[in-house]
Design a protein around this ligand. Structure first.
Ligand code: NDP
Ligand code: 2IT
Length: 451
């Protein structure tokens, strides 16, 4: 690793670890970026003297608050809520809200850090943020979820705004939760503004926002395959997760002629050798969203499929893989298995699903490997378009938005290629995404001086 005039890479990482004790996910996300950025900034004195990387890796602020609510049995429940505002150098803070028992400060700091580079890559004017709570929506009634969302927003509202910070959905937060939170924001402030994205069509939402992350991850995959003269026709795909991102990624794979073999949830994965076609994907969507079912029940509904309890799908031979569930769900050993099985390309729908060991395996094997900050940016990009539509008080047609999403994903691919193309023509998408995202934010920060 190159040595800078100021600190070398190991010393920088030691500092990050020391300042962020017990925050392994955050340290991991910073390391993945710093590995590429240290080489890039070696001969760029401004970035050193202005301590740009160190400043991006220090959130502007972390807000933590108590969220009390009453369950259906009249018990008082106490959760912790957060909003991490990482960086607003190029636009208002922007990023999702996650409700999951695993949420803590480390997870949200890593997500807000990643979001900063991702949002810069989209080419739209959005800074990076993320929020959420350790609230577990599983097993809760709709009224309980509503009361929780209202209580959460009763504190969050003072930290956000259409030109300040614009949250959206993530794990455990979909259109229904956004509706409850928007309703409470509007009630408290008496303002109808585009303060959240992922809204319903009746009150300022954008067409194709629900589909955008999964579809975008497949468009990015198609862009990567095209560099090798290939497309998705006849390709086998394994996908993890069975939520918003996974089901829409599956849908687009099938529409482009591929065959989806797996989906999963935290209980295990299903393998359907016949392929998970559009009808079966629709069944999964309804089963998971409306019936709040488990993916294991897919194997009862479609008996040629098998359920593999407690397992991830990475051992199933495939041409392409899309991790679309959660962070660190694809480890070094899984990456080695995928490479050994001849997997050509990996497009991350989730945020940081591959651990550092896995990232190094894909880089060394020259796999077509897209990090989430590039390949899953379609969701936040359409959120950015929703913000524009809200500001202009208009809405674009579906076909226009579909084309804009495709163009934005091709633009991100081109930005990655610009900074990630190596001798021999192979594109290191991790390096390309890190440098392109960093450069835009860094140059804006240089313009502002020391703030
Ligand atoms: P959903 O809540 O719709 O679905 C999450 C899926 O991942 C479920 O199948 C869930 O299974 C599974 N999952 C969650 N946590 C775990 C875990 N700890 N171990 C195994 N499986 C898990 O979320 P999304 O589809 O929206 O989000 C999925 C990923 O995509 C996340 O990493 C998110 O940050 C990322 N992302 C989402 C965007 C969006 O627009 N929604 C945009 C960009 C990235 P179970 O039901 O068992 O919990
Ligand atoms: O990780 C992400 O990019 C999201 N959860 C979507 C964020 C957004 O503001 O649409």
């Amino acid at each position: 690793m190159a040595v800078s005039d100021h600190v070398d890479f190991p010393t920088f990482m030691e500092g990050v670890k020391k300042r962020n004790p017990h925050q392994p996910e955050f340290v991991q996300a910073v390391q993945e970026v710093a590995e590429d950025i240290f080489d890039f900034i070696e001969d760029k004195e401004d970035y050193h003297s202005e301590q740009i990387l160190r400043r991006i890796a220090e959130p502007d602020r972390v807000v933590s608050f108590r969220v009390c609510w009453e369950d259906d049995n009249g018990n008082v429940r106490v959760q912790r809520g957060y909003r991490v505002q990482n960086n607003n150098a190029i636009g208002p803070y922007k990023g999702g809200i996650r409700f999951h028992p695993s949420v803590n400060e480390s997870v949200l700091k890593f997500l807000a850090f990643e979001q900063t580079f991702k949002n810069a890559l989209t080419g739209l004017p959005m800074g990076g943020g993320k929020g959420g709570s350790n609230f577990n929506p599983k097993g809760k009634s709709v009224r309980e979820i509503m009361r929780f969302c209202q209580s959460f927003m009763t504190e969050l509202y003072r930290h956000i705004g259409a030109d300040i910070d614009v949250p959206a959905g993530d794990i455990g937060v979909g259109g229904r939760e956004i509706g409850f939170m928007f309703g409470q924001y509007k009630r408290i402030t008496n303002e109808f503004t585009g303060v959240l994205t992922g809204k319903g069509m009746e009150y300022g939402g954008s067409m194709i926002r629900p589909e955008a992350t999964g579809y975008g991850a497949v468009y990015f995959l198609a862009n990567m395959l095209a560099t090798k003269g290939m497309d998705l026709t006849g390709k086998t795909a394994i996908i993890s997760g069975s939520g918003n991102v996974a089901t829409h990624a599956a849908e687009k794979i099938v529409q482009l002629g591929g065959k989806v073999l797996t989906l999963s949830d935290s209980g295990g994965f299903v393998h359907d050798p016949d392929g998970i076609d559009l009808e079966k994907i629709q069944w999964v969507k309804e089963h998971k969203t409306h019936r709040r079912g488990r993916i294991s029940e897919y194997a009862d509904a479609f008996p040629r499929a098998t359920f593999h309890e407690g397992k991830t799908p990475w051992g199933v031979p495939c041409d392409v893989a899309l991790p679309c569930a959660t962070q660190n769900e694809l480890l070094g050993a899984d990456a080695r298995t995928l490479v050994a099985n001849g997997c050509i390309a990996v497009s991350e729908g989730a945020n940081m699903p591959t651990d550092l060991d896995g990232v190094h395996v894909f880089k060394a094997a020259k796999t077509l490997y897209a990090p989430g900050k590039a390949s899953n940016a379609g969701g936040v990009a359409v959120s950015g378009l929703e913000m524009s539509q809200n500001s202009a008080r208009r809405s674009w047609k579906e076909e226009e938005l579909q084309q804009m999403l495709k163009d934005i994903m091709s633009g991100i691919h081109a930005r990655c290629a610009e900074y990630g193309t190596q001798d021999g023509g192979h594109i290191d998408y991790v390096k390309g995404a890190n440098i392109a995202g960093f450069k835009k934010v860094a140059d804006a920060m240089l313009a502002f001086g020391v703030v």
